[in-house]
Write a protein that binds this ligand. Structure first.
Ligand SMILES: Nc1ncnc2c1ncn2[C@@H]1O[C@H](COP(=O)(O)OP(=O)(O)O)[C@@H](O)[C@H]1O
Ligand SMILES: [Mg+2]
Length: 280
């Protein structure tokens, strides 16, 4: 039986759930720590055939996917998904092109340009790293003083942070929606309610979760969003905008699902493994 390689750089609860599920359902997997790998790019000297890509690091994820895909390995999600979904600006452009609602956004390529944008377009604005997760460095900027300090700090960081990506602050209930999409099905969804006093709804920041019913509209938007980034197994995050209805603000290519499993009881790891097995 061909095994599924789970490529990881961190064992999160999700990876533990995948290991448990493989055991329970008799699915052969091999756990491979990407940090321990060296691969000769010119010789196909490993016996990896199908990979469930779970590396958290954007750079490790896309580079290891590029290597394996280049050597004929089937990787879920593929390189394009890693690149496009891993970067919020790239995702934004693809969602817009596909006619999917997403927060209005602006990019500025220097501090001067960013300050000019604030001068002309006003406040509040959300600033986000184009590559990032868990709500880290996602800030709401309400005035010129905080804009000046935040942008200056970012200019001193890695060049990826010199791409100043801003979104409108979307008026919505204090929650967002995480939908797990596997292949052509939206299999489970939760509302993530923000913790008291925090406008961000990440469960990493203390937000609480409850089951969300998957309506036809929700499934339709999520499948379209998944397809725009050439995804196969993704977590689509949406907000319920007062003005525009469902807006997609993020597509996660190595999605976390612990709260989805806990709250909905749906066996996401089993569905993921079965889906990847079906591709072999
Ligand atoms: N444009 C926005 N307007 C209002 N709230 C937002 C907006 N964008 C993000 N948020 C809130 O901030 C959280 C983190 O933003 P997100 O883009 O998902 O970054 P991360 O990848 O770090 O999770 C979201 O879950 C949502 O609650
Ligand atoms: Mg998020």
């Amino acid at each position: 039986m061909t095994s599924i390689t789970i490529l990881y750089d961190t064992i999160r609860l999700e990876e533990k759930l995948l290991i448990e599920s493989a055991k329970k359902n008799n699915i052969t997997i091999e756990m491979v720590d990407c940090k321990k790998l060296f691969i000769d790019l010119d010789k196909n000297s490993h016996d990896i055939q199908t990979v469930l890509q779970r590396c958290v690091s954007y750079y490790r994820n896309i580079h290891s996917t590029a290597v394996l895909e280049g050597q004929g390995v089937k990787v879920v999600n593929c390189l394009n998904t890693g690149i496009f979904a891993g970067n919020k600006l790239f995702t934004h452009m693809l969602l817009k092109k596909a006619g999917i609602e997403t927060p209005n956004a602006t990019v500025a390529f220097s501090k001067d340009a960013a300050m000019k944008m604030f001068d002309e377009c006003g406040f509040p604005k959300i600033i986000k790293p184009t590559v990032g997760s868990w709500g880290r460095m996602v800030s709401k900027i309400n005035d010129m003083d905080s804009a000046d300090g935040i942008i200056e700090g970012k200019e001193a960081m890695h060049p990826i942070h010199h791409i100043h990506f801003f979104e409108e602050f979307v008026q919505r209930p204090p929650r967002d929606i995480r939908v797990i999409v596997i292949g052509d099905n939206a299999v489970a969804a939760i509302y993530r309610n923000s913790a008291d006093g925090n406008w961000k709804t990440n469960t990493h920041l203390g937000g609480s979760a409850e089951t969300c019913k998957i309506t036809n509209e929700l499934e339709d938007v999520c499948l379209k969003a998944k397809n725009t980034v050439f995804g196969d197994i993704v977590g689509v995050d949406l907000m319920e905008s007062e003005e525009k209805g469902l807006v997609v603000h993020e597509i996660n290519n190595t999605t976390e699902f612990r709260n989805v499993v806990r709250v909905t009881g749906i066996d996401v790891p089993k569905l993921m493994l079965e889906h990847v097995k079906g591709l072999q």
